[in-house]
Design a protein around this ligand. Sequence first.
Ligand code: G6P
Length: 607
Amino acid sequence: MCGIIGYAGKKQAAPLLLDGLKMLEYRGYDSSGIAVFDGGEIKMSKAKGRLENLDVLTDGGKKLGGVIGIGHTRWATHGEPSDINSHPHVSETGRFAVVHNGIIENYLDIREFLTAKGFTFKSQTDTEVVVQLLEYYHKGDIFETIRKTLNKLKGSYALGILAVFEPNKFFAVRKDSPLVIGLGKRENFVASDIPAVLKHTRSFILPDDKDIAVVDGNGVLLYNSNHELVERKRFEVDWDVESAKKNGYPHFMLKEIHEQPKAVEQTIAACIKGGEIAFENVDYSEEYVKKLDKLYIVACGSSYHAGMIGKYFIERNCRIPAEIDLASEFRYRRPILDENTLTVVISQSGETADTIAAMREAKEHSSRVLAIVNVVGSTIAREADDVIITRAGPEMAVATTKGYTTQVLTLQLLGLYLAGKLGRTGGEYAKYLEEIKCLPSAMQEVIDGKEQLQILASKYFGNDKAFFIGRGNDYALALEGALKLKEISYIHAESYAAGELKHGTISLIEQGSLVIACLTGDELYDKTLSNAEEVKTRGALVIALVKRGHTAIEGQAKHVVELPALSDEIMPCVAAVSLQLLAYYIAAARGCDIDKPRNLAKSVTVE
Ligand code: G6P
């Protein structure tokens, strides 16, 4: 996962690098480091633990001079978090320094190869082989050195490279790992993600795989693998600088929960034009949609949970069979794909390794791939046949909130779009379209009622386990609610299809067990009500989520959270907000590090 950054300009590099790393900390936070050219030499500082440690060590970067440098924040894969394993890594003679995001799969072979040539290694990382290869291949021409090194590497990488004999510039290169180049005024940047440099520029270039970027204060030159100077498309982002800051909120997660009405409104504005659903980059013919015999929806984590809601919605409204799959399973299970299958991949970051692999698998077998992605220019956004960009804006907290709800909404809009192509615009179609427009205000209502969730959190934050149950969309919601709670509060939270509970899990229910029952749909309300009764009879304390006015639950539930009433199909975005707030306040009451939960990273670029 890890975050890398590079700067070349007229200002002191180290404070700028530290500042950028703060915006990349969500990618990994077990150690960090920076290297700069200072007086023609490479000077370096690294520290185990949070970025604050590096900040203190370098006095906010002031201790390191120089106007060119690279930085890194780490999520350990090879080698425990330690000063030695943290990046940058330097070559044996100290002539090269490298920061790396990704995984060098053949690092053991390279290590053996270089050891036989007399090289010694200090760290346990895969990255150190990259910097030693640079040293090994260097015979004078830096491009040849980098090329030969890249040719030897298998795996994925985004690299920032300093070389002592090129002290006025740095080099950057990527393969299957994210890297953007930011173009400023007499200063230029590279970074793993846009928010790291958004303060300085909104103008970006995306290098192609294996392009070598030469970055100095005056400009950026890109060379392709044939060493030809190439131009890559420049693009401007419309993300607001403020959206990547906490703006007075104690955590990014809380801020992002509050941003959901706006994010949803922006997504609606981008996809509904003149009462019709129209996507900027998707234009399917009726003939194509009518021929579709199957949809695969593929994703990881919360995006997978969003996909489940998408599956139910699309099947109900389009009557096309839709399968939902975890990307890590899909890619290895030889799915049956052809030109009549549409594969929908969902990813907030657009960089999740398993989802990228699943997308490539689908493309290879003639399936068209439609991506629902939040990050413009990400690998998935670039490689998919068609792309719908969710309008969540930058999401900094590891636990996704606005990323998730905009995905759910986009899938619903996609369902209506496909239904329109199939001529299935009767039934609930018009009602859904109207209700979707009410989502921002309904979600705002839940946010305004947050006090109730805060009170519930103060009662139950000491519990060590929680169960989430529901049916249909409410089951998908339960999965997401449990994930939110466990990832940020470390409470053992499990979710079950309410009807499955009696096939084993109910044996875990005892006096005082906390059960969050999601009953936000009318259709299956009575069924889940019975399941709530079953757990209550066995001593569980039930918190029930229902549409406003559904009071039948009062006999079973200790607490009832009433939500604005929309159609069953449109409830998930509204209900998700209350589950996010509940998880947030419980984690806050437990004193957890909410934006950076232990062992997690936002963008999972490893298998
Ligand atoms: C990580 C994040 C989750 C996210 C998942 C998939 O585990 O912590 O919040 O749902 O990756 O990420 P993606 O960017 O593909 O949606």
